[in-house]
Design a protein around this ligand. Structure first.
Ligand code: 3SL
Length: 245
């Protein structure tokens, strides 16, 4: 197995050669998706475009849908939900489909939707992602950070590093043996430096700073909890993710 880390959807090769793509948006899209599915959401359907989300979700039973829209960290007017993982409860999400569009995270899923397998990863479900890779042993794995509007995001890279670090450890391989590109080695180095203070790293990140200004401290603390949720979002059909059984 070879791991290739790409910091942004834009950096990810357009010609998809991955057996498995893993999308990361620690702050906060994939953390929210993992949480929504873990409390019983039927599925998460991702859109880069808000108008298309509205049009597609229109045909869905209104009692079985939640429209989630986030831009610049805030909920889009007219939507039911923003992008806070702490707003995901079984009462609110149980049996419902989350139709979601966020600034960066949902775009990243669309970039790799042609992969044989697409997973959603965050720090909270890192262990589930690694477990899946160990069980299925895909040859070429792309780890794609959502970034921020086409630029590098520290928190997505540290999560990529956390995945690669644990995987190498479980396979008893050196980093050089599983790294497909230099970005993977850089990501693991970042993770190893910050493993004992992930909340601190998230506070340094530029998007972390943005969220702190929006009073999202509790969301950030939750997003930093490593291996805390046992749920793995996996693409069932293009743009639709469900919890892996
Ligand atoms: O960029 C995204 O997709 C979002 O996760 C950003 S936010 O954390 O909701 O502000």
């Amino acid at each position: 197995m070879k791991l290739f880390v790409y910091h942004t959807p834009e950096e990810t090769p357009a010609l998809n050669k991955a057996d498995c793509s893993i999308v990361i948006d620690v702050l906060r899209a994939t953390t929210t998706m993992v949480t929504a599915l873990s409390v019983g959401a039927e599925a998460v359907q991702v859109f880069s475009d808000l108008d298309r989300l509205m049009a597609v979700s229109e045909s869905w039973d209104p009692t079985k849908r939640i429209r989630a829209g986030e831009r610049g960290g805030s909920m889009v007017e007219g939507f039911d939900f923003g992008n806070s993982p702490l707003d995901c409860s079984a009462e609110r999400m149980g049996g419902k489909r989350l139709f979601v569009s966020t600034t960066n995270g949902t775009r990243a899923f669309q970039r790799v939707e042609e992969s044989k397998t697409v997973l959603g990863a965050a720090l909270i479900n890192r262990h589930q992602v690694v477990q899946y890779l160990l069980e299925t042993m895909p040859e070429t794995v792309w780890i794609v950070g959502a970034g921020w509007e086409g630029t590098y995001a520290l928190e997505d890279t540290v999560c990529a590093g956390a995945i690669a670090h644990l995987l190498a450890d479980k396979l008893n391989l050196s980093l050089g043996e599983i790294a497909g590109n230099d970005e993977t080695i850089g990501a693991v180095s970042l993770y190893r430096t910050w493993a004992d203070d992930l909340p601190g790293l998230l506070n340094h990140a530029s998007h972390g700073q943005r969220l702190l200004k929006l009073n999202c401290q509790e969301d950030m603390a939750y997003c930093a909890t490593l291996d805390s949720v046992s749920c793995l979002p996996i693409q069932r059909e293009k743009s639709v993710l469900v919890a892996r059984a």
